[in-house]
Design a protein around this ligand. Structure first.
Ligand code: URA
Length: 238
């Protein structure tokens, strides 16, 4: 017998259904394919049933998204990169200039350090690893993401997680950690333990761009990666 999930999946609205549950106060946003003007009384994304249950739908929605003001300044939406069946999901903040130009997360200097961090625990970009960001569009001048932008992009991230179904999430940096865990606790207090994002274990570490400026904290990042690796190992053993 088909479960409720299967039925929604079949109808192509699986994640949207979940989004409605997950986001009772969904953003005043239009993630549709047309550049509709935003207004305070726009129905929330979930109410519009933007289908996000398949990768092609999600790609299309992100490519044409006008849900926040960033669509006016970005070159392109940057959905993510890697193995769509990955056990490991790394989530950063937002595309920077290089990512905005090339359409792939973490391709600049911070990306090279992220690749080295992956290699340190025996992982490689694209091989059982998927890399995404909280925001799919670049904030101009690499300023911090704003709350309305995070809210507008959250359905995409949730749909992405739903599609990948990773075993473990690593939040890269304060911003990703705080927005995923919906807390304003400092990163120093969030790292060093295993959190939950919905049902998934989530480990917090420093953002590679931060580590480039704060070399001594690389030792702490290494501890975080070891915690993530142990957590994954425990999942495999259980
Ligand atoms: N920083 C991020 O958080 N994400 C990227 O994709 C690049 C830099």
């Amino acid at each position: 017998m088909l479960s409720r999930d299967d039925i929604f999946e079949e109808l192509g609205i699986g994640p949207v259904w979940r989004l409605r549950e997950a986001m009772p106060a969904a953003p005043q946003a239009d993630a549709g394919h047309r550049a509709a003007p935003q207004s305070a009384d726009s129905p929330p994304l979930a109410a519009r049933h933007v289908p996000l249950a398949r990768w092609d739908q999600l790609e299309d929605a992100v490519a044409h998204c006008t849900a926040c003001k960033l669509h006016g300044t970005r070159t392109q939406g940057v959905l993510g990169v890697g193995d769509r069946n990955a056990d490991w999901l790394f989530i950063g903040e937002a595309p920077g200039a290089d990512e905005d130009r090339l359409g792939e997360p973490f391709v600049g200097q911070a990306g090279r350090l992220l690749d080295a961090m992956l290699a340190a625990i025996g992982l490689a970009r694209g091989d059982n690893v998927y890399i995404a960001n909280v925001l799919k569009s670049r904030p101009p001048g690499n300023r911090n993401p704003e709350p309305d932008e995070v809210a507008a992009c959250r359905p995409y991230l949730l749909a992405q997680i739903e599609l990948i179904r990773p075993k473990l999430i690593v939040a890269l940096g304060r911003f990703a950690a705080q927005s995923l865990l919906q807390t304003d606790e400092a990163i120093g207090r969030l790292r060093g333990r295993v959190h939950r994002f919905q049902t998934l274990p989530l480990v917090v570490t420093y953002h590679p761009a931060y580590l480039l400026r704060n070399l001594p904290d690389k030792a702490r990042a290494w501890e975080d990666l070891c915690l993530a690796r142990r957590t994954m190992q425990n999942l495999a053993d259980s």
